[in-house]
Design a protein around this ligand. Structure first.
Ligand code: NAD
Ligand code: DAU
Length: 340
């Protein structure tokens, strides 16, 4: 089996590539990534010399390049992680999100139609459902929840999902879609909340919390997400959407305080800063379908997962310090300069 994993040098994609290369030595895993600011080949060090792994640099929205790659490789399965993934960046530059997340997806779908594949899997997000109110804890996102997006990022992801499902209905393309809640774990890029707080707390720097910090996210360890996608591509039904989440809801302030406690750092580092425009209040996944239909269950709860993650950032300081000293340092000043 030959699998093209797009965006395999990013956070979740690199965890998934490592998972697949190690678990399926008979599969050929091709990691296709443009290496944007978020792509990092250091994330693939543990598998880069394995005979069943290959890296190809390229853009999923470059039609000529993608068709040539499919002509040469004739993949059986495509798993599409490649995306612009950060909500804050989508607010300052929406167009890049349309290009990669929408046009990149349709380019891949057209190549899949042309060359024939056994499965195209779209890695999507719970953000396509919009948000839930804080005073209705009994509400959860199911696969039937209407799409109701808030940010340019989530709108681009919802748009891509609709194209994927339309290619199933119109052309009979064998597709699946998974919509996961917030991931955390090794190789998480330090622009996102958890690695940002860990890295800044370790340096005794101010910690930006948007608004009041009451927004709720449903955290899933990246290893549990990778297991779920593995199950969906092998056993999921064509044309179906699967929600992935492990009922680990925390307010942002709870997350920040948990990290500070584990690192023995003071809460006085916290700064409440101007809120993200359109900031979603609460995400919460109902994972009943993937649990009952495919037998998926997460191995981590938030308490065990966050301790493992903090330890990984302590043990791999060179990894994130290299990122912080590069292009990203300019981003942080631009994004937070007048807020802190
Ligand atoms: P990431 O930003 O860490 O990685 C994205 C990767 O895609 C990078 O390696 C980047 O170089 C690559 N890429 C970007 N544009 C590309 C292009 N045009 N062609 C080829 N490669 C390109 O993102 P992530 O957090 O790992 O998220 C991966 C996927 O999972 C995304 O589709 C995202 O929407 C989805 N998702 C993320 C989360 C989360 O909590 N991080 C949760 C649910 C779903
Ligand atoms: O729910 C899945 C989504 O989770 C994915 O689709 C996205 O790709 C991924 O980036 C993530 O989106 P969020 O916007 O929820 O993640 P982020 O880490 O940016 O923010 C988490 C919460 O923390 C959110 O409520 C905003 C808040 N926050 C974030 C940052 C970066 C802060 O309070 N301060 C910050 O500096």
């Amino acid at each position: 089996m030959k699998v093209i994993v797009t965006g395999g040098a990013g956070f979740i994609g690199s965890n998934f590539v490592q998972h697949m290369v190690n678990k399926y030595p008979d599969y050929e895993i091709i990691n296709l990534d443009l290496l944007t600011y978020a792509g990092n080949l250091e994330n693939l060090k543990p598998v880069e010399d394995k005979p069943n792994y290959k890296f190809v640099k390229g853009d999923i929205a470059d039609r000529e390049f993608i068709f040539k790659l499919f002509e040469d490789e004739k993949p059986d399965v495509v798993v599409n992680f490649a995306a612009e993934s950060h909500v804050d960046r989508s607010i300052t530059d929406p167009e890049a999100f349309v290009r990669t997340n929408v046009m990149g997806t349709t380019t891949l779908l057209d190549a899949c139609r042309t060359y024939g594949i056994k499965r195209y899997h779209q890695v999507s997000t719970d953000e396509v459902y919009g948000d839930l109110p804080l005073d209705r804890p009994e509400l959860f996102f199911t696969e039937e929840t209407p799409l109701h997006t808030s940010s340019p990022y989530s709108s681009s992801k919802a748009s891509a999902d609709l194209f994927v499902l339309a290619y199933h209905r119109t052309y009979g393309l064998p597709v699946t879609v998974s919509r996961c809640s917030n991931n955390y774990g090794p190789y998480h890029f330090p622009e996102k909340l958890i690695p940002l707080i860990i890295s800044r707390a370790l340096a005794d720097e101010e910690l930006p919390v948007y608004g009041t910090g009451e927004n709720v996210r449903d955290w899933l360890h990246v290893a549990d997400h990778c297991e779920a996608i593995d199950l969906v591509i092998h056993k999921g039904r064509e044309g179906e959407v699967y929600n992935i989440g492990g009922h680990n809801e925390r307010t942002n302030l709870e997350v920040v305080k948990t990290i500070l406690k584990a690192l023995d750092k003071p809460e006085s580092l916290i700064r409440f800063v101007t809120d993200r425009p359109g900031h979603d209040m609460r995400y919460a996944i109902d994972p009943t379908k993937i649990e009952t239909e495919l037998g998926w269950e997460p191995k981590y709860n938030f308490d065990s997962g966050i301790q493992q993650t903090i330890q990984w950032y302590l043990d791999n300081q060179e990894w994130w310090k290299n990122i912080l000293s590069g292009e990203y340092s300019g981003y942080f000043d631009k994004m937070y300069g007048n807020r802190l």
